[in-house]
Design a binder for this molecule. Structure first.
Ligand code: GCU
Length: 611
């Protein structure tokens, strides 16, 4: 591999280093589903290892001998002591969290070892990558008894190149996944969602030519509805060559030469039907080198802010949204499939949404592509959630890695309009500095999209009214303000919203990124009785009338689409380890608040301005 490829790989790889320094994670290969792939999904052998005896000895020194589980060693003789055996230790399904596959693992946090054997006949000149959609939280990956590397972060994809390590027969892949929570992580050790562990998204073998199209960006230029601006990045020995961008339906075929680092940047005009939620037009776009033609389905739209307005394709838009977690619609556990995405986003569409907030971490690529197809604009977020270690450079690097991986994976999705760099983070100089790094990273990696964060506000009593101030200093660095408030649930009564007036020092649009209250589906009573559907619906009524009065409000994503598991919710009968703020229950049943919100969104769709 010559020097320019080496510094290229290092440059890109630096973005994806795991905090543990074993840096063999390869640069992210985009759009893997359009490549030559082999799925490794299915039942994997597993060993649950709460004391990490598979990786350290009784002095907690790393194991390197056959006692290490990644060796997958079998006794050579009846007298050899081997105290583990993948083949008789049971199985778990991949992809899938382990918590909902075995009752005994529901609350389990620690290490689980996965093993999968496979044969693979690679074409001689081709390269081979092993791709993980996501593993929560820390993954150590081994092939044929050798370490490939580690990855930190539970919601972003990562690859390893295994071209020189693969055998035609008898390969064994071992992955140690650990979801132990620690303060220096992202997210930190305290969240209001279940810490689902495991190989939670698909695992795929990816065969590509020696020099291949590693990633690309083909979108409209910032603020333009007619000019495409983008780039293509190659990876391999033949970095300088021609790349052709074809959009057959629009009669476009443009060829560009890559530079010595394998990168071509381009702009060209194009007459295209613009993507909108009402008409989510996707074009078949081909990005091709001599050896590697990659096809993607891409929509083209512009998104920008002008004062307190948000403009989609130059027109003002109100974002009728809902927040959602990545939990399967009607079965327990993490969602990961196209069907899961279709069902969850289908519920949002039924609500009358044109927008979803994917909280609080990058959801699956399947969800982003489904939003593209179904016509739902997307707010995507990295799990910089509540109070993380702002002064810890490793924590910052980790957050930056997750942000860059999210952008690298989803930057060609028209649906995706907002990157959120945090949720309810306490104001401090260290926090501001930390978030500013992320905001700059997002803007430099992708200048075409908007950056936001879910902030909090302060209240000031004024006579018989309350002034709510959106005065978080980080607001000056954001394109769009987000704000979470729980008027009527954590503070006061639902009717308090009637005397709340919102002010902002910023000439920027606001998205009310969270509001809501808990209700147990089927539990009925007076509107002042907590946990009843009537209380939740009443809260939504008061919220909606307050939101109508906020002059700079340009969107909302009530908390939350569906009841979801949370270890913080221990109240028997009403919570039972579920956050019940869904407008849909964890069995897909619609609560009264669903219809309250649906009615408001229908009003907005019929052209009624929110205010
Ligand atoms: C917070 C937080 C959510 C949480 C919600 C709640 O604002 O952002 O993650 O679930 O409030 O308390 O229900």
């Amino acid at each position: 591999m010559n020097n320019s490829i080496r510094c290229l790989t290092l440059a890109v790889g630096a973005l994806l280093f795991s905090a543990r320094g074993t840096a063999q994670v390869a640069p992210l290969v985009a759009n893997i589903d359009a490549r030559q792939t082999t799925s490794l999904d299915g039942s994997w052998q597993v060993i649950v290892d709460p004391y990490d005896v598979g990786s350290v000895d009784y002095r907690t020194q790393p194991l390197k001998n056959n006692h290490a589980f990644y060796k997958n060693h079998k006794p050579d003789s009846e007298s050899e002591l081997v105290e583990y055996d993948f083949d008789t230790s049971g199985q778990l399904h991949v992809p899938g969290d382990w918590n909902t596959q075995r009752e005994s693992l529901l609350f389990y946090e620690g290490s689980v070892w996965y093993e999968r054997s496979f044969d693979y006949a690679k074409s001689p000149k081709n390269r081979l990558f092993l791709h993980f959609g996501a593993c929560n939280y820390l993954a150590a990956v081994y092939l044929n008894g050798e370490e490939l590397g580690e990855h930190e972060g539970g919601f972003t994809p990562f690859d390893f190149e295994i071209t020189d390590r693969i055998k035609p027969r008898g390969n064994f892949l071992v992955v140690r996944v650990n979801n132990t929570r620690r303060k220096d992580q992202v997210p930190t050790s305290n969240t209001d969602w279940w810490n689902y562990g495991g190989i939670t998204r698909p695992v795929t073998l990816l065969e590509v030519p020696e020099t291949f199209v590693q990633n690309y960006f083909v979108q409209l230029a910032k603020g333009s509805t007619a000019e495409i601006a983008g780039w293509v990045q190659l990876n391999g020995p033949k970095l300088q060559q021609n790349v052709t961008i074809r959009i057959p339906e629009a009669g476009i075929s443009k060829t560009f030469a890559t530079n010595s680092l394998g990168r071509a940047e381009f702009t060209f005009t194009a007459g295209l039907t613009l993507w909108t939620p009402e008409n989510p037009k996707l074009y078949s776009v081909e990005i091709a080198t001599e050896a590697d033609p990659v096809t993607d389905r891409i929509g083209f739209r512009s998104i920008e802010v002008r004062g307190t307005d948000i403009l989609l394709n130059g027109k003002s838009i109100f974002l009728r949204g809902i927040s959602m977690h990545e939990e399967a619609p009607t079965r327990a556990g993490r969602a990961w499939s196209e069907d899961d995405a279709r069902t969850l986003l289908g519920w949002a569409k039924q609500l009358g949404c044109n927008f979803v907030r994917l909280a609080h971490y990058p959801h699956s690529e399947a969800t982003l592509r489904m939003a593209d197809q179904m016509g739902l604009l997307v707010w995507a977020e990295v799990p910089v959630y509540w109070t993380i270690q702002w002064e810890n450079p490793e924590t910052l690097r980790n957050a930056e890695n997750q942000l860059s991986a999210m952008i690298a994976r989803d930057q060609n999705r028209a649906a995706l309009i907002i990157y959120s760099v945090g949720n309810e983070t306490p104001i401090s100089d260290a926090r501001n500095l930390f978030l500013r790094h992320l905001i700059q990273d997002a803007h430099s990696a992708d200048p075409t999209r908007l950056v936001s964060a879910a902030l909090q506000s302060t209240e000031e009593a004024k006579g018989n009214r309350t002034i709510v101030h959106l005065n978080d200093p980080i607001g000056s660095d954001l394109d769009v303000l987000g704000n979470n408030e729980y008027i009527g649930w954590y503070s006061g009564r639902p009717a308090d919203a009637d005397s709340m007036d919102w002010t902002s020092p910023y000439d920027k649009p606001l998205i009310m990124s969270e509001f809501g209250g808990d209700a147990l589906y089927g539990y009925h009573g007076s509107a002042s009785a907590r946990w009843t559907e009537e209380y939740q619906a009443d809260l939504f009524e008061h919220q909606i009338s307050m939101l109508r009065r906020i002059p700079f409000l340009r969107g909302m994503t009530p908390w939350v689409l569906k009841d979801f598991r949370s270890p913080r919710r221990t109240l028997p009968r009403f919570e039972d380890y579920f956050n019940r703020k869904g407008v849909v229950s964890d069995h897909g049943e619609r609560k009264q608040a669903f219809f309250t919100l649906e009615k408001f969104y229908q009003e907005l769709q019929s052209g009624e301005p929110p205010k």
